[in-house]
Design a protein around this ligand. Structure first.
Ligand code: EQ3
Length: 321
């Protein structure tokens, strides 16, 4: 074998031009805790004038029910403290519970808190709060992003809140099944990608668009890896399957074009660009994405990286570099 995960990470390295998303999150991270919460409030409500997320289903909200009930019963001061603690990522029992939530349950939890804030059941941004110049800078940076990038900033800041439980073993009571996202759009089958006829790539998209993760996983080598945007590779069938169940449900992948280069050892390097929709925003927000696949000589996926493109022009950038 002439490739490793490290070498695979560098295929089509020209795709990885600096994204404005981590830069915006770095600005956000420099804000004080009240400014971070206020930024999220303004960014979310501003975005909500054009696009709003779909309400999370009852099954998903049920996973956050315990925390939400506790918070509803608190005084406004205590509620504000809980939100500050979450944004400060300190070690508290509530922050640990939140830390064990899946990405989509964290989003559902904040969705519901936002609704409760609007209804006056949970404390809003403190009255008299004065927006600092720092918040204005991050809001302006956010306004320059396209909608797909804006929702990625919101998602990633929400995911990073609470206590980091990655080094803690979840108790068995915390291993709740991930509720499904109901698909409202018909599933795209018979995928066609201009310039690509590699079966593993076409079958990958078909399986993912049907939430058939077993079929998608079967396309990977046993030591294969999937690298989500801005993350390290997730290696092996079991880890990839867990990740897909938690984070890839209900996605609508619309790859458009690609290139495939056969290497001397028979492996193939494939780059595909296109648009992905999340069930949270459906057809209203498209994210411009590149997939970089390394297919082994037997036609199995050894590696796939998913990159958020810096601009729509990058959709047409299939150059090697
Ligand atoms: C209440 C309020 C407003 C104020 C308070 O002060 C603080 C907070 C946090 C508040 C609430 C904020 C809320 C409710 C934010 C909600 C944000 C949402 C719902 C964001 C959702 C974003 C979803 C995204 C960006 C999904 C992206 C998915 C991608 C790119 C999938 C890629 C994949 C592909 C294409 C594959 O092939 C393999 C799998 C993989 C998942 C990697």
């Amino acid at each position: 074998m002439t490739y490793t995960i490290e070498s695979a990470q560098n295929i089509f390295s020209g795709t990885q031009i600096p994204s404005p998303i981590p830069a915006t999150i770095a600005l956000f991270d420099q804000l004080s805790v009240d400014d971070r919460l206020a930024y999220l409030w303004y960014a979310y409500t501003e975005m909500g004038r054009t696009i709003t997320p779909a309400a999370p289903g009852a099954a998903r909200l049920q996973l956050a029910e315990g925390l939400l009930t506790q918070i509803k019963q608190m005084s406004p001061e205590e509620q504000t403290k809980v939100m500050r603690d979450l944004a400060n990522r300190i070690d508290t029992p509530i922050n640990r519970s939140y830390g064990f939530f899946s990405v989509n349950t964290k989003l559902a939890f904040w969705y519901e808190l936002g609704e409760l804030m609007k209804q006056g059941i949970v404390a809003p941004i403190p009255t008299g709060y004065q927006m600092s110049p720092g918040v204005k800078v991050v809001l302006e940076a956010t306004q320059k992003l396209d909608p797909g990038q804006q929702i990625t900033v919101l998602r990633n800041t929400v995911v990073d809140m609470g206590f980091d439980t990655s080094d803690l073993a979840p108790s068995s009571s915390r291993k709740s099944a991930e509720p499904v996202f109901e698909r409202t759009e018909p599933v795209t089958t018979n995928v066609k990608i201009e310039g690509i006829n590699e079966p593993a790539v076409l079958q990958y998209v078909e399986a993912m668009n049907a939430d058939n993760f077993a079929a998608a996983i079967a396309l990977f080598t046993a030591n294969g890896a999937l690298q989500p945007p801005f993350q390290k590779p997730i290696v092996g069938h079991e880890a990839i399957a867990k990740y897909m169940r938690e984070e890839a449900q209900g996605l609508n992948m619309m790859p458009k074009q690609g290139i495939c280069e056969v290497q001397p050892d028979g492996s193939k390097q494939v780059k595909v660009t296109g648009v992905v929709q999340t069930p949270w925003f459906g057809v209203n927000v498209g994210m411009n994405i590149a997939w970089r696949f390394l297919i082994d000589p037997q036609g199995k996926i050894f590696f796939v990286a998913i990159d958020m493109l810096a601009s729509p022009q990058e959709l047409l950038n299939l150059r090697r570099m």
